[in-house]
Design a protein around this ligand. Structure first.
Ligand SMILES: [Zn+2]
Length: 466
């Protein structure tokens, strides 16, 4: 039945009159006010350069294709995935030279066996740089930033056609590399890994191999920031792009949750409190601290990824790590997974001229701020529990001190069960137990550790203890 009040024309008018990001970025919570920035981190962010990012992306595009199946082209040809991998490695090495050898530059190279998008055994090379900590008690803690350097055109398995991949994902690769260039000039208590992977377009092969290796070797990765399609859009007439917003996708129910964990999540109403979601909230809070909201802010999307699409964060989620995806506000499908061509006056292809380098620089600043904040902060408190031995209207939380000795105090956070972000924080001092005069039935609690310079750990939601 037709309702004249809700005609299609009316809906179209409504869509035109509400700026889409404003409509979508409203949340049902009043987040905590911004904390005081750490001067060292603020100084680092000022060195993020849109010009450097442009040079990186233009150079990546110059390899003609970085499609994963092109890795058998000789690197000496200056074309293909192996040549690109070699160049990324040499850039990391150059950054390392500038900081007295502070970066350990490595490759994770393997042969991917055939699969749906891998017709024959194919060499895949992940390239990464490690900024080791100077603090042995915290060196085992790792934060990681990633982008995929492989590209593709209209055909998934076309190894030889032109695949510039400026935005998808030259932009994310450039973010990881720019973070390495800038942050390698500083020292942090925890370890930072700057990763670039291949095989994303063929089935997340590179990240899956890397995440599995990390898990098998017992890496304590606190956070993974995956950047994929963070180039913005400078196509003439692309008026619905919002150059001030980047989306952060995070999983709810963890991909790695076993039956027992899933049961706990169901019984507690914990579906909105995965490790990845705490990381997403941390990113939003860090952005408030370091980037003026009018010029740039993240939009939290509470789902693992977009419809029909996937990304490397999932490989890390599957190994139980907190991992989120950064993606521009509105994607232009004419400029991803397309052969370079002009049809009926429309330009297709993922070319550098459509990338907004100032936008990528803002994404890089946000990534660098989160990496530096987490790497400067104490480890999260361990074994956080909420006591549920008896029926009470007060709530008592207990935890073990943050390992590594950096915590100078702790904060108890809480929010309404229906709120998107942490709304309240109480400084409880350097203790491992706190009682608050409110019912655990009505809010969601968490505890985080605070360091001497005010850097906060990720928040930890308690498990019940009877
Ligand atoms: Zn991509």
């Amino acid at each position: 039945m037709k309702n004249p009040k809700f005609s299609l024309a009316g809906i179209a008018l409504l869509m035109l009159t509400i700026p889409s990001s404003v409509a979508q970025s409203s949340t049902n919570s009043n987040p905590l006010p911004a904390a005081k920035p750490d001067p060292q981190i603020a100084a680092a962010l000022r060195q993020v350069s849109a010009d450097r990012i442009e040079q990186t992306i233009v150079k990546l595009v110059s390899f003609y294709t970085r499609q994963t199946l092109s890795s058998d082209m000789p690197a000496s040809s200056g074309k293909g995935a192996s040549a690109a991998a070699g160049w990324i490695k040499s850039e990391f090495e150059r950054y390392s030279k500038d900081c007295g050898g502070c970066l350990e530059v490595k490759t994770d190279e393997f042969i991917q066996e055939p699969g749906p998008r891998i017709p024959q055994p194919t060499k895949i090379t992940n390239v990464y740089a490690i900024l080791r900590s100077s603090d042995p008690a915290n060196a085992g803690r790792i934060v990681l930033v990633s982008g995929h350097y492989d590209s593709r055109d209209s055909e998934t398995n076309d190894a030889t056609g032109q695949s510039p991949g400026a935005n998808d994902d030259g932009s994310g690769t450039a973010v990881s590399m720019e973070c390495a260039r800038v942050l390698s000039k500083y020292k942090f208590p925890a370890t930072i890994v700057f990763l670039t992977v291949a095989g994303e377009e063929q089935g997340l092969n590179g990240s899956a191999h890397f995440a599995k290796m990390a898990k098998e070797q017992g890496w304590n990765i606190e956070a993974v920031l995956n950047n994929d399609i963070v180039g913005g859009d400078k196509t003439p007439g692309a008026t619905t792009q919002d150059p001030h917003v980047v989306r952060i996708f995070s999983e709810g129910i963890p991909a790695a949750a076993d039956e027992k964990q899933s049961k706990t999540i169901r019984s507690l109403g914990g579906e909105n409190d995965s490790l990845s979601r705490q990381l997403a909230r941390y990113i939003a809070a860090t952005s408030q601290e370091y980037l003026p909201a009018k010029s740039f802010q993240p939009l939290l999307i509470f789902r693992p990824d977009r419809f029909l699409r996937g990304g490397d964060q999932t490989s890390f989620n599957q190994q139980g790590y907190a991992a989120v995806r950064f993606t521009e506000f509105r994607e232009n499908y004419n400029h991803q997974h397309q052969n370079v061509r002009t049809e009926n006056g429309v330009e297709y292809g993922d070319l550098p001229k459509f990338v907004d380098y100032g936008y990528v620089a803002n994404v890089a600043k946000l990534n660098a701020a989160v990496l530096a904040s987490l790497a400067s902060a104490p480890a999260p408190p361990a074994n956080v529990r909420i006591l549920t031995k008896e029926l009470q209207n007060d709530s008592t939380l207990v935890w073990e001190a943050s390992p590594g000795g950096l915590a100078t105090s702790y904060e108890v956070l809480w929010r309404d069960t229906s709120a998107a972000r942490w709304e309240h924080a109480r400084d409880v001092g350097n203790v491992t137990r706190a009682t608050l005069p409110m019912s655990k039935d009505n809010v969601i609690f968490a505890v985080r550790a605070v360091g001497a310079k005010g850097n906060r750990s990720l928040a930890v939601v308690p498990l019940p203890e009877r």
